[in-house]
Design a binder for this molecule. Structure first.
Ligand code: AMP
Length: 591
């Protein structure tokens, strides 16, 4: 075996990139580092840079998404136990450091530095680290996983321990976007950036791409089925005018379904489903898998899973019951059947031959081929219904129509757009208006994470409990009121507003409980959200889904905040399924 490049060099390269501000400089330094690696270490190093501890090392047919904290099974408490054991610290030590920095990797480093930890004389190698991650992934039970991670930490210096923790967490936070990594790979081995990008799209694995680039085999990159591609995402648009300005006309319009994004892969008679976070979820949807058995082609569909019974969509709450079950019992399958509503075709082949990737074909071609598959006539499947808007006025009319049906909003797509995996580009836009806003009283605040460290940026908010006449009291504030919480949100305020509010909350703190502070219930904020759901977490019995703080209402006395009865009425409205448009069984179906 060749001498292994120490993990230390990798972590130095990563911090070097983090400290470099200019993109071109980041890319150049990274390229130099990649070029210096041994062939078998290149994919490991690239995988780690991408925050994928298990990916790579297998050439063009690698492990795809390949690993995250979830796959490794290394959760917060396992990491804490391992690091505290190495540092000889008590059981709350890591949490205290985390409170000070809001960054787990940094907390690990700080704890080890503080404990005077010395790494082993023999440095850690990349191959060894990778092998230990594999051991952790295969290990059964938290104890064996902890031992594997602890072995690494015991041998690491504090900087390396920070890096190892971040790799396990799947986010290096070194300001390295996938685009930079692709550019560095192209520069390191003198390849065309476009070729590197295309290979990245097909394989979905930067580690494999690095190997192919190094060996000048980028043209051999193939789209591998059963290896999920990252989903194309939509950017939000404020109104029809913005949509038309960005996409031009005409635009294609579909309902924005309130289901679960899924990718269906089919090859040689086998079907598998993957979730948006690239996990396989086939076992959870045996109804869809069984329905797909009839399909006589190979390929990849992009779409949305919806709970659907007797020709109509069921509310999202019903779908949630399915989501919670890795293997749903027959009673649940009968009460809450799920169908796959396709809206895109990413690859296709007649079966028995290689599939053709369609990612670079314009949406209008992909859609034509999708419609040719006749999915709408098959039980268990549907096809998104597509409309066309020639201008902003028509688009507005479609939007109002969708809202009238109680729908969340619309997806608007440029018919000429390519499929951009993992990108929140401007080929697809989403147009949605919040259901309503509520004026809530802030009752608690918390220090934010990452960039928001040191700022009280997470607000817990409440409404006035008006059951049994409890809303009498001090008219000027929330003091005399019975307040019940309905949600928690990162504030969507500007940095200046946040800073001012942090000072205000500092001065109005009633009690500190670790990171959380109970504050005087006098500040009102306007909160937007998508739906109201029943919840056991909050005292009100309800929770706002996707709450966002729209603005501060210092002008509004807390006594005038919204009441629980209003929230209950909104919840009743949310519980009714929106009428959505899906084409099933060969006809347009407005459920
Ligand atoms: P958001 O999750 O708010 O970013 O909205 C994008 C999500 O809307 C996608 O990830 C899909 O899961 C979902 N979606 C619902 N309907 C459609 C549709 N017709 N086309 C594309 N995405 C859709």
């Amino acid at each position: 075996m060749l001498p292994s490049v120490p993990m230390r060099r990798w972590s130095e390269a990563a911090w070097d990139v983090a400290a470099t501000r200019r993109t071109s400089e980041k890319v150049a330094r990274l390229a130099e580092y990649l070029r210096s690696l041994e062939p078998d270490e290149l994919p490991i190093a690239v995988g780690f840079l991408a925050g994928r501890p298990l990916t790579g090392g297998t050439g063009a047919g690698g492990t795809g998404a390949g690993g995250s904290a979830q796959v490794l099974g290394l959760g917060w408490s396992t990491i804490a136990q391992a690091v505290e054991a190495v540092a000889g610290a008590d059981a709350r030590a890591l949490a205290r450091h985390y409170d000070a920095s809001s960054d787990l990797g940094q907390a690990v480093r700080d704890l080890l530095v503080g404990s005077g930890h010395h790494p082993a004389a023999e440095p850690l190698g990349l191959r060894e680290v990778r092998a230990t991650f594999e051991r952790a992934a295969k290990a059964r039970g938290p104890e064996a996983k902890r031992q594997a991670f602890q072995d690494l930490i015991a041998r690491a210096d504090p900087q390396e321990a920070m890096a190892l923790t971040k790799i396990v967490g799947g986010d290096m936070r070194i300001g390295l976007r996938e685009g930079h990594l692709e550019a560095a790979i192209a520069a390191a081995f003198g390849r065309e950036l476009d070729d590197v990008r295309w290979a990245g799209m097909l394989t979905g694995d930067p580690a494999d791409v690095a190997v192919l680039a190094r060996e000048d085999r980028l043209a051999e990159a193939r789209l591998a089925l059963f290896r999920p591609l990252t989903s194309m995402l939509a950017s939000p648009a404020a109104d029809a005018g913005e949509v038309v300005a960005r996409l031009g006309t005409p635009v294609w319009v579909e309902d924005k379904y309130d289901g679960i994004r899924a990718q269906l892969h089919r090859q040689a008679g086998e079907t598998r489903l993957f979730s948006r976070d690239l996990n396989e979820v086939s076992a959870a949807f045996p109804d869809v898998i069984a329905a797909a058995a009839e399909l006589a082609w190979d390929g990849i569909l992009d779409g949305e899973l919806l709970a659907w019974r007797d020709g109509a969509a069921l509310p999202f709450l019903d779908l949630q019951a399915r989501l919670g079950r890795k293997r749903p019992p027959p009673t649940l399958l009968a009460s809450t059947p799920v169908i796959f509503v396709a809206f895109d075709l990413l690859a296709w082949g007649p079966g028995g031959a290689a599939v053709e990737p369609l990612l670079r074909a314009p949406l209008r071609d992909r859609r034509l081929r999708l419609e040719g598959l006749d999915l709408a006539t098959r039980p268990g499947f549907g096809l998104s219904r597509r409309e066309q808007a020639a201008d902003a006025v028509q688009l507005d009319r479609l939007f109002e129509d969708a809202r009238g049906r109680g729908n969340e909003g619309l997806m608007v797509k440029d018919p000429d757009s390519q499929y951009a995996p993992g990108r929140r580009g401007y080929g697809w836009l989403k147009l949605k208006r919040p259901l309503a806003t509520l004026d809530c009283v802030v009752v608690g605040v918390e220090v934010g994470h990452g960039k928001r460290h040191g700022v009280l940026s997470d607000y817990t908010f409440a409404v006035i409990d008006d059951r049994a006449g409890t809303d009498e009291g001090d008219a000027a504030s929330g003091w005399g009121q019975q307040l019940v919480t309905v949600g928690k949100a990162y504030s969507g305020l500007t940095d200046a507003e946040l800073a001012a509010m942090t000072t205000w909350f500092e001065e109005h703190t009633l009690e500190r409980r670790g990171r959380y502070r109970v504050v005087e219930p006098t500040m009102v904020v306007e909160v937007a959200f998508d739906v109201v759901q029943p919840s056991r977490r909050h005292a009100s019995g309800f929770a706002l889904r996707f709450p966002r703080i729209v603005r501060l209402r210092p002008d509004k006395p807390a006594a005038e905040a919204d009441r629980l009865s209003t929230v209950a009425a909104l919840a009743a409205r949310s519980a009714r399924a929106a009428a959505i448009e899906v084409v099933t069984a060969g006809e347009r179906r407005v459920s």
